[in-house]
Write a protein that binds this ligand. Structure first.
Ligand SMILES: *[C@@H]1O[C@H](CO)[C@@H](O)[C@H](O)[C@H]1NC(C)=O
Ligand SMILES: *[C@@H]1O[C@H](CO)[C@@H](O)[C@H](O)[C@H]1NC(C)=O
Ligand SMILES: *[C@@H]1O[C@H](CO)[C@@H](O)[C@H](O)[C@H]1NC(C)=O
Ligand SMILES: *[C@@H]1O[C@H](CO)[C@@H](O)[C@H](O)[C@H]1NC(C)=O
Ligand SMILES: *[C@@H]1O[C@H](CO)[C@@H](O)[C@H](O)[C@H]1NC(C)=O
Length: 489
């Protein structure tokens, strides 16, 4: 156990230096955390659950307030305890919409993937109201989801980013564990922030969140029908960007890599064999074997050497096939949020950032290859709004692989979606640039979109097109949805 802990610390130290760790995570530039000086005061972490339990909701809200100039708008952050026995706590950061709160202003939860990638990545590099420049200064983002939408970022699952647990048993081993902890955090959140509880609620995220998003969406749907659960969440739908959702139907990299010119015929034969073995292992429910095959072929997260993909292409960045390395600016925020003064402002005290990420992934190793497609099908069948979108330049979650699993989805709108015309989409009619392609089904409740000139992180690469896509999706939703019912099994 001690040796294991030492290795984890060693790996963490490595990741700080090189900035690469995580499937879907190894490549997130992690930046360089600021090392706390003994003389600096990072303040104390703010645990809000005791205030909720004592009914001190206004106080909890006041304490969680964050003022981060030059951002004029207030935000709120702190910890919600999701398991007392193991001292498991989830960190959230909430940004009310810049244009104010109307009854129909959507509340959007954002979940990063990984497993083990912090949702603060998207806050600072993709969709939030602020970003950090090369000099470490805070800047206002021009195109942000936060203008018209309330945004909640949660470091998920426990152990990710600023979220943590004190006990090995506290880590999620399955999507059921992930959903249980998230549901606990969300119901606590809405007890404090009651002003937003009746707004339409959407779950959004990317990458490995292709599994988290349907899992928490489905959980909310089920718990909303549970008479024992007091806090109901006004669930409307979900969006998944470049998501891993259904590995069995997604892992066919050979044709794709060959057709985009990254491998030759004999390399394709090797990739085809490895992916066939992966799918065979999944069918046999040997999920850990399948994970290791994936890791050696492409992912390279828990590998002690380089992946086959890197060996044959020389490309480190499987998030965008036009780039060799991940963009450096994606890591700038890390030293910012780990600085003593910022720690005090966002209420994390001296708690470590990202040091449990490798453990998060290891604990979920048996989960990675298991499909969540049945939850997507159940959610779509119950007439919630669902949008699946993908950047055209992504490798690890490539467009044809997303098309494939969505095409295999077993729900009543499958034929309609299959036959629906794929429409050319421009942000403005006068644009010369084509933003991408959209198909819809079930009275616009189901959107399937491809975004051009974007890799894995679509909002980072194409912020204007992504926001337009989201606005189109939300405004196309029918006003009075039919009654929702999921058959729970
Ligand atoms: C919360 O802050 C507001 C505004 O500063 C103040 O009026 C109110 O008394 C505070 N409430 C609690 C419970 O601390
Ligand atoms: C990588 O190395 C560590 C420590 O030497 C070892 O425990 C682990 O099993 C190795 N992983 C793989 C995938 O070979
Ligand atoms: C990639 O190359 C390294 C160095 O030659 C080798 O050790 C490793 O086994 C290769 N990886 C795979 C998955 O073949
Ligand atoms: C964090 O601060 C607490 C006191 O607030 C202290 O007991 C603990 O040792 C500190 N941890 C680290 C890693 O500095
Ligand atoms: C979903 O909507 C379709 C028509 O749009 C309707 O036929 C079906 O009954 C609805 N399903 C549920 C579970 O509400």
């Amino acid at each position: 156990m001690y040796i294991l802990a030492t290795i984890f610390i060693y790996l963490t130290a490595l990741s700080g230096a090189h900035g690469y760790r995580g499937p879907f995570r190894r490549l997130y530039p992690t930046g360089k955390p600021t090392v706390l000086d003994v003389n600096e005061d990072p303040g104390e972490p703010l645990f809000l659950t005791p205030y909720i339990e004592q009914g001190k909701l206004a106080e909890a809200r006041n304490l969680s307030l964050v003022n981060l100039l030059p951002l004029k708008q207030q935000s709120f952050s702190g910890y919600l305890t999701v398991n007392k026995a193991y001292n498991s706590n989830m960190f959230f950061w909430f940004f009310p919409a810049q244009n104010g709160n109307k009854p129909d202003t959507p509340v959007m939860l954002w979940l990063q993937g990984g497993p083990g990638s912090s949702s603060l990545f998207a806050l600072f590099t993709e969709i939030g109201p602020i970003y950090i420049d090369a000099n470490g200064y805070i800047q206002l983002r021009e195109i942000t989801w936060n203008k018209n939408y309330h945004l909640i970022f949660i470091d998920n699952p426990v152990g990710t980013g600023f979220s943590f647990t004190d006990n090995e048993e506290g880590y999620a081993r399955s999507q059921e564990d992930v959903a249980r902890d998230l549901h606990s955090a969300l119901t606590q959140f809405f007890q404090i922030f009651t002003d937003y509880a009746s707004n339409p609620f959407y779950v959004t995220g990317e990458s490995y969140a292709g599994k988290y998003v349907p899992s928490i969406t489905y959980k909310i749907h089920v718990e909303n029908q549970n008479p024992q659960v007091k806090v109901k969440i006004n669930l409307k739908g979900m969006t998944i960007g470049d998501g891993l959702t259904d590995p069995l139907n997604q892992y066919m990299y050979g044709d794709f890599l060959y057709q985009i010119g990254l491998i030759d015929q004999s390399q394709k034969a090797y990739v085809d064999l490895q992916t066939a073995l992966m799918r065979y292992a999944i069918e046999q429910q040997r999920y850990i074997d399948a994970f290791h095959l994936f890791d050696a072929l492409l992912n390279g997260d828990l590998l002690n050497t380089t992946s086959y993909f890197y060996n044959v292409t020389g490309i480190k960045n499987y998030f965008n096939y036009l780039l060799t390395d991940a963009p450096e600016d994606q890591g700038y925020f890390v030293s910012f949020i780990t600085h003593a003064e910022r720690r005090k402002q966002i209420h994390v005290g001296n708690l470590s950032y990202g040091s449990q990420s490798d453990t998060v992934e290891k604990m979920l190793m048996n989960d990675v290859m298991q499909s969540m497609a049945w939850k997507v099908a159940a959610i779509a069948s119950a007439n919630y709004s669902v949008m699946i979108y993908n950047g055209q330049l992504d490798i690890i979650i490539a467009v044809p692989l997303t098309m494939e699993w969505v095409n295999q989805l077993n729900w009543f709108g499958a034929d309609e979606l299959h036959q629906a015309p794929r429409k050319v989409w421009k942000v403005a009619d006068s644009d010369s640039e084509v933003a991408g392609y959209i198909k819809t089904a079930n009275n616009n409740r189901f959107f399937l979109a491809t975004v051009r000139n974007a890799g894995h992180m679509v909002p980072y690469d194409q912020p204007r097109a992504m926001l337009d896509l989201l606005e189109r999706f939300l405004s196309a939703q029918p006003k009075s949805p039919e009654e929702k019912q999921i058959k729970t099994v």
